[in-house]
Design a protein around this ligand. Structure first.
Ligand SMILES: [Zn+2]
Length: 138
C-alpha cells in the first residue's frame, strides 16, 4: 500500500502521539475490509510527534469518538486523491459506549446491557460525567 496517498477516504491527522492505536481500537478499524494505515511518531511541527491514520474508504466515521479521544486532531476528507474538506473537531455533548464508568455502584456496572453514556458538563476543563451516577471521567 502506498501510504502517502489514498484515493477516497479519510486522513486523521495531528493525533497525539500514542493515541493513534486508541482511536484505531475505539473505531474498530480492524473490522474494515479496506486499507487502513497507522503511522506513529510522525514528525510534527506543532506537536513534535504525532500519529496519523489513513482510511482508504468512505466509511461512516464516528467523529464524536475521535473528538472525545483527541479534540485537536484534524480529519481530512479525501476524494479522487485530493483533500476536499478539513473537519474541525468539537467536543461532543454526549458520548455513548466510548468510555466506561468506573463507579462500581453505578447501574452500568450491574446492568451490562445499558449503554455507557457520558455528558459533557464542563467544556473548559473537558469533563464528562456519567449520565446515571454523575461520576466524572477524570
Ligand atoms: Zn456511572
Amino acid at each position: 500500500m502506498n501510504i502517502d496517498s489514498i484515493k477516497n477516504g479519510f486522513v486523521i491527522d495531528h493525533i497525539d502521539s500514542g493515541k493513534g492505536m486508541i482511536i484505531y481500537e475505539k473505531l474498530e478499524l480492524n473490522k474494515l475490509d479496506c486499507q487502513v494505515a497507522i503511522i506513529t511518531n510522525a514528525k510534527s511541527k506543532k506537536k513534535g510527534k504525532k500519529d496519523i491514520i489513513k482510511i482508504d474508504k468512505k466509511i461512516d466515521l464516528n467523529i464524536d469518538t475521535i473528538a472525545f479521544i483527541n479534540p485537536d486532531a484534524t480529519i481530512n476528507v479525501v476524494e479522487d486523491d485530493k483533500i476536499v474538506e478539513k473537519k474541525k473537531l468539537t467536543l461532543p455533548e454526549t458520548i455513548v459506549n466510548v468510555a466506561t464508568c468506573k463507579n462500581p455502584r453505578c447501574i452500568t456496572s450491574i446492568e451490562r446491557d445499558l449503554d455507557q453514556v457520558f455528558i459533557l458538563t464542563d467544556k473548559e476543563k473537558n469533563i464528562y460525567r456519567c449520565k446515571y451516577c454523575e461520576s466524572s471521567l477524570k
